[in-house]
Design a protein around this ligand. Structure first.
Ligand SMILES: NC(=O)c1ccc[n+]([C@@H]2O[C@H](COP(=O)([O-])OP(=O)(O)OC[C@H]3O[C@@H](n4cnc5c(N)ncnc54)[C@H](O)[C@@H]3O)[C@@H](O)[C@H]2O)c1
Ligand SMILES: CC(C)[C@H](C(=O)O)[C@@H](O)C(=O)O
Ligand SMILES: [Mg+2]
Length: 398
């Protein structure tokens, strides 16, 4: 194997094996079947396209490891708004809560953007994250050797980049109150939001980040805006307090504006980054272009208990939706994260990671990561090629 996707560097901190504990899996392998309930939320735009491909890959990798899945597809986002009038129907949230893991495509699109006061597909996504209490969002960004030429950065700057953005996901300005629309003292229309963090919210995400950094290279950078914002000053104070529990991890701090610049100047200075909800959203999109495309970046959103939520970091890409142009690899790699972090099925996850690397090394590229000399394929064909690799490549550890 030419490279690791570095998804494995972090041990799952919560396992959801519904039947047999992980330490038995070696003896049981294919002969004894484990079964998991997976909620699929295809959503909008390219969401259904990438989910349909990732579902097949998940199924195949699982079956090769004696793991089977019962999938339940539920409406979410704009699709749910059109169907039921709300972006996250109660039944969808309940099904998600009762399952072992949730795989989401993407939500949103031009159609629902028109009225700023109208309930949006995005509201449903925030309600889902809040409802599942998945406060820790892990967004790995690694430059794969096969894709160095797809990076927006020079080869010597991009080569070897391996980052983990730990994004706080259920607090901050996305959820702070007061929020809304109103008028100011001059009677002018205003819109407002509130950035607010309680100590417990910072402490728990900081601990996840320190644990993550400890299992990787031992370096953690906390990104904030503590030169200006009180919520950020408090963030820094709590991160420093939690650092006392992790003397072996080297902690640094950086203002977000500098971090945005440093990420493209010299990304290899970073290993694990911990940051708040909105900065993590922005920095992870930026990091995706170091790796070649936003179509490559998966994510895992985890809480203290209950099912994890797994989704690509990209959106519904309305500009390419319905054209079979979407890169499904971010969703396929999110399925690998689901196996690893959500279910503790590390071997099946490795099969997917290896298959993605193999497909890329065989030269298959969707448009977003295409370079001359490679084979340009659509979303479905990329999926078919990954399936072939899952069938033919076995990780050394299996
Ligand atoms: N988690 C989510 O569901 C999520 C995340 C981000 C944005 N959104 C929503 O998606 C909608 C569109 O947002 P946007 O345009 O700002 O961001 P986007 O991520 O959907 O698209 C940005 C650009 O990246 C491209 N792109 C994205 N995913 C790709 C893929 N898999 N393969 C190839 N190209 C890809 C798109 O074609 C577009 O040019 C909005 O409604 C937004 O709120 C949803
Ligand atoms: C769609 C939106 C609510 C979401 C976010 O801001 O968290 C998206 O950008 C993401 O990165 O998952
Ligand atoms: Mg985003």
């Amino acid at each position: 194997m030419a490279a690791s996707l570095q998804l494995i560097n972090l041990r799952p901190f919560r396992s959801h094996s519904t039947s047999l504990p992980n330490h038995h899996s070696k003896r049981l392998t294919i002969r004894c079947s484990k079964s998991y309930n997976i909620t699929l939320l295809p959503g909008d735009g390219i969401g259904p396209e990438v989910i349909s491909v990732a579902k097949k890959v998940l199924n195949l990798a699982g079956s090769l490891e004696g793991v089977e899945f019962k999938f339940k597809e539920m409406p979410m986002g704009g699709a749910a708004l059109d169907l039921t009038g709300v972006p996250l129907p109660e039944e969808t949230l309940n099904t998600a809560k009762e399952s072992d893991a949730v795989l989401l495509g993407a939500i949103g699109g031009y159609k629902w953007d028109k009225n700023e006061k109208h309930l949006k597909p995005e509201t449903g996504l925030l309600q889902l994250r809040e409802g599942l209490k998945v406060f820790a969002n892990l967004r790995p960004a690694s430059v794969l050797p096969e894709l160095v030429d797809a990076s927006t950065l020079k080869k010597e700057v991009a080569e070897g980049v391996d980052l983990m953005v730990v994004r706080e996901l259920t607090g901050g300005i996305y959820f702070g109150k007061p929020r809304g629309f109103g008028t100011n003292e001059n009677g002018e229309e205003i819109g407002f939001n509130t950035e607010v963090y309680a100590a417990y919210e910072i402490d728990r995400i900081a601990r996840i980040a320190f644990e993550t950094a400890r299992k990787r290279s031992g370096k953690l950078c906390s990104v904030d805006k503590a030169n200006v914002l009180e919520a950020s000053m408090f963030w820094r104070k709590r991160v420093i307090a939690i650092a006392a529990e992790y003397p072996d991890v080297e902690l640094t701090h950086m203002y977000v504006d500098n971090a945005a610049m440093q990420l493209v100047r010299n990304p290899k200075q970073f290993d694990t980054i911990v940051t708040n909800n909105i900065f993590g959203d922005i920095l992870s999109d930026e990091a995706s272009m170091i790796t070649g495309s936003i179509g490559m970046l998966p994510s895992a959103s985890l809480g203290e208990s209950g099912p994890g939520l797994f989704e690509p970091i990209h959106g519904s890409a309305p500009d390419i939706a319905g054209q079979d142009k979407a890169n499904p690899l971010a969703t396929i790699l999110s399925a690998a994260m689901l196996l690893k972090y959500g279910l503790g099925e590390v071997k099946a996850a490795e099969r997917i990671e290896l298959a993605v690397l193999d497909t890329l090394s065989r030269g298959f590229r969707t448009g977003d990561i295409y370079s001359v000399g490679n084979k340009l394929v659509g979303c479905k064909e990329m999926g078919e090629e990954v399936l072939k690799s899952v069938n033919t490549k076995t990780p050394a550890s299996v």
